[in-house]
Design a protein around this ligand. Sequence first.
Ligand SMILES: [Zn+2]
Length: 378
Amino acid sequence: MTAVATERLIKPHGGGLVDRTGERPDGVESLERVTLTSREVSDLDMIASGALSPLAGFMGREDYERVVDEMRLANGLVWALPVCLAVAAAPTGDRVALGDEGGNLLAVLDVDEVYEYDRAREAERCFRTTDEAHPGVARLFAQHPLYLAGRVTVFDRPTPEFAELAKDPAETRDVFGERGWRRVVGFQTRNPIHRAHEYLTKVALETVDGLLVHPLVGDTKSDDVPAATRVECYRVLLDGYYPAERVLLSAFPAAMRYAGPREAVWHAICRKNYGCSHFIVGRDHAGVGDYYGTSDAQLIFDEFEAHELDIEPIFFEHSFYCRTCGSMASAKTCPHASDDHVFLSGTKVRELLAAGEVPPEEFTRHEVAEVLIEAYRA
Ligand SMILES: [Zn+2]
């Protein structure tokens, strides 16, 4: 039944869903070991689950170079960001064990090649800056000098922080299929959802069959709202204000790279693998500081033909509640002056919440505000 129902969904990027999970091979303890950073562990797990289809391992030089230069894999398929494994030295054998920083063995990698790369060039091309105050650039500049490429087989997957929200692409596709959804819009977030985001997810949902609320729960900057608090915010909002049969809440296990425009494309491609036909791209998607123009994450999609991505990006302006319109709106749909708009800066919202005050209902649902106030008290 499921196989038939999921046939109607968008095809994974490159045509098929990759599965790089497998049995733990004999003798893995005696292999040379490579220790992955938490970001690399997250990439490894996404390769295993097919979230990064068509990648079956960490990128070789040909793919890497073309991705950095042209946002394409060597075969021409659109791909926005390097997915590479940095090592201090070339391994001696043709197979290595991959482990995490806690000493757990997770996978084996069959060595394809080891190559040098240019950190400054990667930073300039992918992050549009070489400023080490940028968290993605800082990580890149601190990593080992060589990239190790090859297919991986993952035999031990990290325990997800929110087990009930962990769904691989094959699993979200099954859920969509079982619910009879064909057109599904994905929403990426790493922040609590306020009324503005509720509005745009619902505007998008009006035009498709279902909504995947897919918060990023991998590594973020330490000043982002903690994942546990955000997940609780999503739960109370969805329980109170969305029809259960039209929404799926699931965790997106990626680590933030803060690569702004390129990351928006990368996020869209990942969601295509999860079965989304549409993807919401707001202002400042995946940005940090003022490294990117507010529309850059939307404009970058113009660099591709629509059929190359297949998943359709849906662009949104900043939205707000307008007292004169009597509804949520944006500069596209409301002609009134900003005095009519209920808008609070992020700083102002944090001040209110830290003081135990609930922001206006037009800005945030009180259930969400209460979760945040509780978190500030703790
Ligand atoms: Zn208005």
